[in-house]
Design a protein around this ligand. Structure first.
Ligand SMILES: [Zn+2]
Ligand SMILES: [Zn+2]
Ligand SMILES: [Zn+2]
Length: 370
């Protein structure tokens, strides 16, 4: 059967079915939740708790829980209590605002030797999201004196911690892996983009030595705009890479100065890559009109499937949360920004992520998709 291209009835983009595109549907759902009254939110929280108590899991109300947390920043203290009493440890965000009683109870559980490794992994994630000094100290202890379940997990507690926006280095120093403010990037005009302190996809005159495609600043950030004070950059930084090759790599690094100079670090392996973007892909990527939003949004606003592009806050990891180690100082980098790839190149999927080490003036750009 042949599907003829049609146009989304809302935004006009080309789709292969009758109706509105996935991006527009997600947008409509978001707007519906943004318009919820307090009573409506509380009613949904009631349904979330009822389901966990009745079924011992969160299934039917999973999506609405995540979206209420992301878009409306709901307090999860009561939800965490019900979740713990119902032995529900997924998703970990249920425990974001868990009371100290619940945190203590989970710590007691995870410090045991003989619990199931799957449960231990879930508990580590829930505790990571709850955060706090006690959790941090317990993670250090668990990493230095591993319990039996550790043999069956692939990674250390310090990796789980990054889901909560923190971790620690080898010496046990606490490190924040996320910024404490978030702005989304919204559609503007070409004129507005010229003035926006955050730009996605700006072409340079360099060519990639591996595939020949144009090197692009995936993001340009002018930290002097007061909205971006939270990043603490007194100048312009540019996250530069080959927009084709970085999607196949484990992460491409660049060195920057706050005067807007950046040098892409091309790895040792100089094998040729095929250029899948081509000139038309570069043209599409660099002609987007995204601009920085006016007001901050909740930290997890973009930590959602179809969360869009954003700076600061939490990312929507399509696979595992992936905080890279700085190639210069060896310490965990800090998550800085995300670009939802299909909003800038229609035929592509996944998200691009940018992380930074301000001490070494280094950024990394990585890509994940399903
Ligand atoms: Zn649409
Ligand atoms: Zn390339
Ligand atoms: Zn560093």
């Amino acid at each position: 059967m042949e599907n003829k291209p049609q146009h989304c009835k809302q935004c006009g983009r080309e789709i292969y079915f009758d109706g509105i595109c996935a991006n527009c549907r997600a947008e409509n759902e978001k707007n519906k939740i943004l318009a919820f009254t307090e009573d409506e939110i509380n009613a949904k929280i009631g349904e979330i708790c009822e389901e966990m108590a009745a079924k011992g899991k969160l299934d039917d109300n999973y999506d609405i829980f995540i979206k209420l947390l992301d878009y409306r920043d709901i307090n999860t203290e009561n939800i965490a209590k019900t979740a713990y009493n119902s032995k529900v440890f997924f998703p970990c965000e249920l425990y974001r605002d868990a009371s100290s009683d619940i945190v203590k109870a989970m710590l007691e559980l995870v410090k045991q030797d003989d619990i199931d490794a799957g449960l231990a992994g879930d508990l580590l994630l829930c505790l990571a999201v709850a955060g706090g000094e006690e959790v941090f100290q317990a993670f250090l202890e668990l990493e230095r004196q591993p319990r039996k379940w550790r043999q069956k997990l692939y990674v250390n507690p310090s990796f789980y911690a990054t889901y909560g926006g923190w971790t620690y280095d080898k010496e046990g120093n606490y490190i924040e892996t996320n910024f404490n403010k978030c702005y989304t990037l919204i559609k503007g005009s070409l004129e507005e983009k010229k003035k926006s302190p955050v730009k996605i996809g700006v072409k340079t005159d360099e060519k990639c030595p591996k595939c020949g495609c144009a090197i692009v600043n995936l993001m340009e950030i002018d930290g002097r705009d007061e909205r971006l004070d939270f990043i603490g950059i007194d100048g312009v930084i540019k996250a530069k890479c080959c927009p084709n090759c970085f999607t196949f790599s484990e992460g491409d690094y660049c060195r920057y100065t706050v005067n807007g100079e950046s040098e892409a670090i091309v790895g040792e392996d100089t094998g040729e890559e095929e250029d899948y973007l081509g000139e038309s892909g570069i043209e599409e990527l660099t002609s987007n009109t995204f601009v920085l939003g006016d007001k901050p949004v909740p930290l997890r606003f973009a930590a959602d499937w179809d969360g869009g592009s954003s700076i600061g806050g939490f990312a929507a990891w399509i696979q595992d949360c992936e905080i890279k180690m700085c190639p210069d100082c060896g310490k965990p980098m800090k998550y800085l920004a995300q670009i939802q790839w299909d909003t800038v190149i229609d035929s592509m999927e996944g998200n691009a992520y940018i992380e930074i080490c301000k001490d070494c003036k280094t950024m990394v750009m990585l890509h994940q998709q399903t």
